[in-house]
Each structure stands twice: as C-alpha cells, then as structure tokens.
Design a protein around this ligand. Structure first.
Ligand code: PBG
Length: 325
C-alpha cells in the first residue's frame, strides 16, 4: 500500500462502541407534542392525513396528557378548533374559549406539564386567514396585532406557561410582550415562530385544525422558501422585541436555516417538524417502503444535529417509546 489508510471504520465496529462515540443523543426532554382541542364533548376524531393523531374535546384531554407526561414528554402545544368562526375570530380571545378551558383542564390533571399555546387567528376566522382582512383581501398587519395580544392574554390568564405567536405579523412579539408586561405577566416567556415559511408541508395541519384559507394563501406574511438572510432579520427583530425562544418551521427542508439561526443568536431554538413531514413518513411506512422506527429517529436526530434545542413533533410519543426501549 502506497499510503497509510485512515481507519474510520474502527469506531464503527459494534453497536456499543458506535453509541459511545455518538455526537448527538436524542432525549425525550426536547420534545413538544402538539394537541388539537376540538369543541364538543366526548370527541376523539382521528385525522385522516395524520395517522395516530386525534382532535380531542376538553373532557378527553386528561387521559391524553397523563399518557404524555408518563412518557416523559415535558410540554404540549395547543391549537383550538372552535364551533363558531367569524370574520374577526372572536373565539380566539374569549376568556372562556376552548384553549383557556383546555389549559385549565390540563393544569388540573398535570400541573407540571408545560402548556404552550399557538397564538394565531387562522383557526378562528371564517375565512381561515391569520388576521383581519382588508377590503383588498390582504391581512391587515396592525389591526391584527391587537387581536393577537388579546388572544395571548386570554391564554396566559387561563394559566398557560408559554405563548407561541405563529401568525407572522410584523411587530407582534413586541406588541404581545408589552401587553403581557402591562397586565402583570412579565414572567411569561414568548416562543416566537420567528422563521415560518409559506410551506406546502402544512397541508395535513389545515385538515387537523380546520384552518385552510378560503381564498388566496399566506405568502404575503409567511416567508419565501428561497430566503435565509431574511430569516436572520426575522429572528433579529423578534429577539429585539423580546422573544425568549425562537423557532424555525418547517424543520427538514430548512435545516440549513436552523443551523445558522442557532449559531448566530444562540437562543433556545425550536424546530417544528410539521404535519406534512409527519404524514410523508406515516404514508411511506404504511406502504412498507421505509422502516418507520428507524426513519423517525433518524429525522429527529438530524433536526437536533442541525441545532434544535427543542423539537415540536407529532412523533413525540412514538419517539419517546422508541427511546425508552
Ligand atoms: C398557524 C399554524 C400553522 C401550523 C402551526 N401554526 C398553519 C399555517 O400556518 O397554515 C402548521 C403546523 C403543521 O403543519 O404541523 N396557526
């Protein structure tokens, strides 16, 4: 042999050794599990495009959150699907709305479980958009800020631990922060959906949350998938406005963005492994085309390796079981 071969395979020779030198280790403590809270009683609706995920009415939540907590998952992210929707999404900021009821039910059952709430108008408006619509059909940024602040406040009053604005209006983190501070909730953190792309991967979620826009799309407020410098501006502004944690969403097609956000800002950084990313794996696994357990752990490891401190994922329960084996 003319040159000395560098033997990287030495450390790959058996499973125990491979595990000893693993650079990235998944932990259930990093998972956040989304929950869809549906109006009514006795509801446990399966979501067709998200096998294994259900919409629950408030009375059904206790059993579910006990299971989540027993698996070691530290937090849930709540979405509400109200019975009545209107043009200004009034159910979103009602103190006895679905999400406040759900927060109380969860906190009564599992006081330690961290309750994060999605703050957005799209599940509550009859047109399915993320805010008030102007006559020209575009979401009115500044008029929407007040509704978001009222929504966040209704969640915090009901006892949620963290609010997560996902609407992508400019200035909403600062607006919500100020309102919470003025109302005596300066200790409640904001997890900002700072970098949220206008993505085709939200398709199944819109079935789950009944929040598909009735006309147009979300490209006038969510980000263009082509942009990464703009993502850094989004994060920088949210940090200035008072975000305590930032999020990149979706996860898999944007791991490069996740990496640079983490390196540049160093804040606790979450990634949202979204509904379409979940549905693809479930569908391919059902066909027998991929090994589901292996792919779940590979995907979640890649998200962590790219820089995620926290991963919001519909796989949280599956992964917790796989890791506990
Ligand atoms: C907005 C919101 C959406 C998701 C989380 N929050 C949908 C959207 O922006 O259209 C998507 C999550 C997923 O696809 O899993 N309330």
């Amino acid at each position: 042999m003319a040159f000395p071969i560098q033997r990287l395979r030495r450390l790959r020779s058996n499973e125990v050794l491979r595990d000893m030198v693993a650079e990235t280790r998944l932990s259930v403590k990093e998972f956040i599990y989304p929950l869809f809270v549906h109006f009514g009683q006795g509801v446990r609706n399966p979501i067709n495009s998200m096998p294994g995920i259900f919409q629950f009415s408030v009375d059904q939540l206790a059993g579910e959150v006990k299971e989540i907590e027993a698996l070691g998952i530290p937090a849930v992210l709540l979405f509400g699907i109200p019975e009545y929707k209107d043009a200004c999404g009034s159910e979103a900021y009602s103190d006895d709305g679905l999400v406040p009821q759900a927060i109380k039910a969860i906190k009564d059952t599992c006081p330690q479980l961290q309750v994060i709430t999605d703050v957005c108008m799209c599940e509550y408006t009859d047109h399915g958009h993320c805010g008030i619509i102007r006559p020209d059909g575009v979401v009115d940024n500044d008029a929407t800020l007040e509704l978001l602040a009222m929504e966040a406040l209704s969640h915090v009053r009901a006892g949620c631990d963290i609010v997560a604005p996902s609407d992508m209006m400019d200035g909403r983190v600062g607006y919500i922060r100020q309102r919470l501070d003025e109302s005596g909730f300066s200790d409640t953190p904001i997890m900002s959906y700072a970098v949220k792309y206008a993505s085709g991967f939200y398709g199944p979620f819109r079935e789950a949350a009944d929040s598909a826009p009735q006309f147009g799309d979300r490209r006038t407020h969510q980000m263009d998938p082509a942009n990464v410098r703009e993502a850094l501006r989004e994060v920088s502004l949210d940090v200035q406005e008072g975000a305590d944690m930032v999020m990149v969403k979706p996860a898999l097609p944007y791991l490069d963005v996740l990496r640079v956000v983490k390196e540049r800002f160093g804040l606790p950084t979450a990634a949202y492994n979204v509904s379409g990313e979940y549905a693809m794996i479930k569908a391919a696994a059902k066909e027998g085309w991929i090994d589901e357990a292996r792919v779940i752990l590979e995907v979640l490891t890649s998200i962590k390796r790219a820089g995620a401190d926290l991963t919001i994922t519909y796989f949280a329960k599956d992964a917790a079981r796989l890791l506990g084996r």
